[in-house]
Ligand binder design. Sequence first.
Ligand SMILES: [Zn+2]
Length: 256
Amino acid sequence: MPILNVSAIPAFTDNYIWLLRNGGTACAVVDPGESRPVRETLLRENLDLRYILLTHHHPDHVGGAFELSEHTGAKVFGPRDSRIKGEFQPVEENDRVALAELGLSFEVLEVPGHTATHIAFTGHGCLFSGDTLFSVGCGRLFEGTPEQMQVSLDKLASLPPETRLYCGHEYTEANCRFALEVEPGNAALRQKFAQVTALRADGKVTLPGVLHEELAVNPFLRSREKAVVQAAREHDPSAIPGAHTLGVIRRWKDHW
Ligand SMILES: [Zn+2]
């Protein structure tokens, strides 16, 4: 019985392109911001790229997608957004993306906040969250409000607790440092920081996160927790639990 195998292809300075395999030579990638490292991997591993999943329009996530699809014939799925220039199948909330040649399918979740049309893909115990939910962090609010991001993060937080989190960047160590400013007394967070620091010292990938652990350490998933709201009040005394607190700590981090 083939089992979904997910591995990281590093790109640029801190992006990850996620490579999905399920036993055969057919494979898929998520958010290929550049094509070269993917093509090198396909050659080295003798893989056949059949599908490309895109979470949002930013160039460091889509920049290599259409060069790859031209070379390989891979089918591209992404959010309906005219800023993504190329031929692809737009998908929306509740759509299922069938990767038939891998025997896999993923559900599409609309998660606006980082961008207006950002989507995530979930299935087989995995979540590909792009730049919406990071391990111990969340994306900057370039095109959305804290309220939208709160709804998006609540949607992701409601997935099964064992869901593995594959996000778009290796930001976890810096995210832990910021999270410790918000919640210096969070023991689970201190433990996470120690693990992540050791992994990075060895040059290792800190992902995937696991959702139930993220719920205990990620301040952006904890905007209704007393300690997080109190920390937000040091920056904005009017902070109330939920989206408002999320917005305050997001702005705090933007200037951190
Ligand atoms: Zn982005």
